[in-house]
Design a protein. Structure first.
Length: 220
């Protein structure tokens, strides 16, 4: 037979008019399901606590690294203004792009911490799409050139490039697509088209993210 968890209650039985205990009533209730739920809940709470601790530790490490990395970026920016030959200039540019990408990754981790804590705030401010796209192209230009990939950025039908939203989040999203385009595209070019449709609807599209359609869900 199977083992079950029982909740047992025992009550004494006395015969009518007697003070001595003549027997006992025993009541048993199967609480196996309740015990299972308690175990599952305990495991869940432990897993959530471990996940929270991991997220906090990652956030702490990112904040600790971000300071020195920002200093490195500042030094590289100053160095880029020096008299450098073309090879040295390329190396400085590559270093700056790597620092930018590392900062982006760390900011993504910090955003994840905020999401899990329910503290992520989204801004609704006016910003220039061309500035955001220019920053995205700047991030991927060096690694794209190293792979022999051309970058084609076009604007179609824009009366103006000002929109309302969160420029940081928009740039994060577009940067993820752009970096994956560089990573997974072996030859050819990367085309980025920003278009304005009816009713002020705006679209930003990459011609190819470099991934087979069936596997894109594994990346994004």
């Amino acid at each position: 037979g199977a083992m079950v968890d029982l909740l047992v209650s025992v009550c004494p039985h006395r015969s009518h008019g007697q003070t001595d205990i003549a027997g006992a009533y025993l009541f048993a209730q199967d609480v196996s399901e309740r015990k299972t739920l308690e175990t599952v809940n305990t495991v869940r709470l432990a897993a959530e606590a471990a996940s929270q601790a991991k997220t906090e530790q990652l956030g702490f490490l990112c904040r600790e690294i971000r300071g020195p990395l920002s200093s490195v970026m500042g030094s590289v920016t100053v160095l880029s203004g020096s008299a450098l030959d073309s090879e040295q200039s390329d190396l400085v540019q590559m270093t700056r792009q790597c620092c930018t990408q590392l900062l982006k990754i760390m900011n993504d981790v910090l955003d994840l911490s905020k999401i899990e804590e329910g503290k992520l705030e989204v801004e609704f401010i006016e910003f220039d799409v061309s500035v955001v796209l220019g920053a995205v192209v700047s991030q991927i230009r060096v690694p794209a050139e190293q792979k022999g990939l051309a970058i084609d950025l076009q604007y179609e039908g824009f009366a103006h490039t000002a929109v309302v939203g969160d420029p940081v989040r928009v740039q994060q999203i577009l940067s993820n697509f752009a970096w994956n385009s560089v990573k997974f595209t072996e030859r050819g070019s990367i085309s980025i088209l920003a278009s304005q449709g009816p009713s002020e609807h705006k679209t930003v599209a990459l011609s190819d993210d470099g991934r087979p359609t069936e596997s894109r869900r594994l990346v994004f």
